[in-house]
Design a protein around this ligand. Structure first.
Ligand code: ADP
Length: 436
């Protein structure tokens, strides 16, 4: 699981952008740093000469033979400790200066008598004079150290602030990508009413607007298709009736019976389509009222109790108050329960009904242990006239309109319907009702 999460983080555009910004920051620092190093290299020669010159003045000031008292005065005034080492005379203004200089000390290119390096965190310079060696180092009293540490902490704080700022700004800029992602998922689930928010004024807003336009157009196309279907169904009624009447005048025969049964089936199909259209029209004027969902469930299931494999209420609170049109929602429960019974065997385990609260919804789940729905079919079962096994129509009745109707009703209530299923194991239909 953690590896999955890591993969997700590394694949996100947000992380990539953040990494690009951090890398760009590092590269800019390297370039600017390189530029300053180049500048420093140009000035280092004259700087070293000046330092040597200054130290020579100090050595001259200390006198010959070198005078410790004068050296102490210099140490106080210029925060510079001095040690003198010669075969005859040795003194120091501070014991912290080393007597001998070893290790990674380098000689100045312009003057091999001057060597410099670091000793216990301090810069040390050794100047070899005629009779002895002078060792210089900054005094511990030099008030630069603490300030330098504070500066380092301030720099770290500023860097953290800049990175945190970049993090939040990128996240803010990329919010429309998340909205679009949610939109694509919603539309993929079939919710063509979903709108991606258009809050910014950049290319992502244009993309979101184009996405909303596309969804609108698909919805219009589907609507036109449905309308055509309803119109044709309506128009079919008269010729069907005429055919039925005409058939009555024919002599009884096998062919007549077969024609009559086909016409009856067509009539059933046409009236189911028209009934769906009539209901669809009703959703625009839902009669919503505060309803106890639990009572409605119990009332609906009572009618199915004697049908095998039976219904079992597993987990239901005593009251769930929602704002719904009870008649319409009853139709949804009836359709889903009908399917659960139709697509189970009489000896399957009983159908289970439960309800739970999930985010801003109350979810009613109807679970059966029947034949299930193959994964590749699951996306289509909410389409009108879609049936998994077309040849089953005669045995199980129905024209594939039930679930599409349920979906329309649930969406009219600002809810949704979802199906999870495993072939040969069973199906769970989840109905999401928004909480009041
Ligand atoms: P129908 O009237 O054919 O049942 P629906 O729209 O209610 O139409 O369902 C569409 C298709 O989804 C059905 O033909 C069936 O194949 C499948 N289906 C629905 N519910 C279930 C279920 N509980 N178990 C297995 N298949 C189901």
């Amino acid at each position: 699981m953690p590896t999955q999460r890591f993969k997700k983080i590394f694949r996100s555009v947000f992380t990539k952008l953040l990494v690009v910004i951090i890398l760009a920051g590092i590269c800019i620092n390297l370039v600017v740093g390189g530029f300053f190093i180049h500048l420093r290299n140009q000035f280092i020669g004259p700087f070293h000469q000046n330092v040597v010159q200054y130290l020579n003045y100090l050595i001259a000031d200390v006198g010959n033979p070198p005078n410790l008292d004068r050296a102490r005065e210099i140490a106080r005034e210029s925060f510079l400790d001095v040690r003198y080492e010669s075969p005859n005379l040795r003194w120091t203004t501070s014991d912290e200066l080393p007597t001998e200089i070893r290790g990674r000390f380098r000689s100045l290119r312009q003057n091999p008598d001057v060597r410099y390096g670091r000793h216990r965190g301090r810069h040390i310079i050794e100047v070899t004079a005629e009779e002895g060696r002078f060792i210089f180092g900054p005094s511990r009293n030099l008030p630069v150290d603490s300030a330098r540490h504070r500066l380092f902490v301030i720099m770290l704080l500023l860097l953290t602030l800049i990175l945190a700022g970049a993090f939040f700004v990128i996240r803010h800029i990329l919010r429309p990508v998340k909205w679009l992602n949610d939109g694509v998922k919603e539309v993929g689930r079939g919710n063509l009413k979903h709108r991606v928010p258009l809050k910014k004024s950049d290319e992502l807003r244009d993309l979101a607007a184009a996405f909303n336009d596309m969804t609108d157009r698909i919805r219009d196309m589907l609507h036109t298709k449905e309308q055509l279907l309803y119109d044709v169904s309506h128009e079919l009624r008269t010729p069907l009736t005429r055919m039925k009447v005409a058939l009555e005048f024919l002599a009884d025969s096998q062919a007549k019976q077969s024609l009559q049964s086909d016409i009856e089936e067509m009539e059933k199909m046409v009236s189911e389509i028209l009934e769906t259209a009539r209901r669809q029209h009703k959703y625009e004027n839902l009669k919503k009222q505060p309803t106890n969902l639990v009572d409605l469930i119990k009332q609906t299931t009572a009618a199915f109790e004697n049908q095998p494999p039976g219904i079992e209420i597993v987990d239901l609170p005593s009251e769930i108050e929602v704002d719904i049109d009870p008649e319409q929602i009853k139709t949804v429960f009836e359709n889903v329960l009908n399917n659960a019974i139709k697509y189970s065997q009489p000896d399957s385990a009983p159908i289970q009904i439960s309800a739970k609260y999930e985010e801003s919804y109350v979810v009613v789940q109807i679970r059966d242990f029947g034949m299930g729905i193959p994964a590749e079919e699951r996306a289509h079962i909410f389409e009108p006239f879609y049936r998994v096994d077309k040849s089953r129509a005669k045995d199980t009745g129905g024209y594939g309109l039930g679930l599409s109707l349920c979906k329309t009703i649930m969406e009219a209530h600002d809810g949704k319907i979802e199906v999870q299923s495993r072939p040969q194991e069973g199906t769970t239909v989840s109905l999401f009702f928004p909480l009041i």
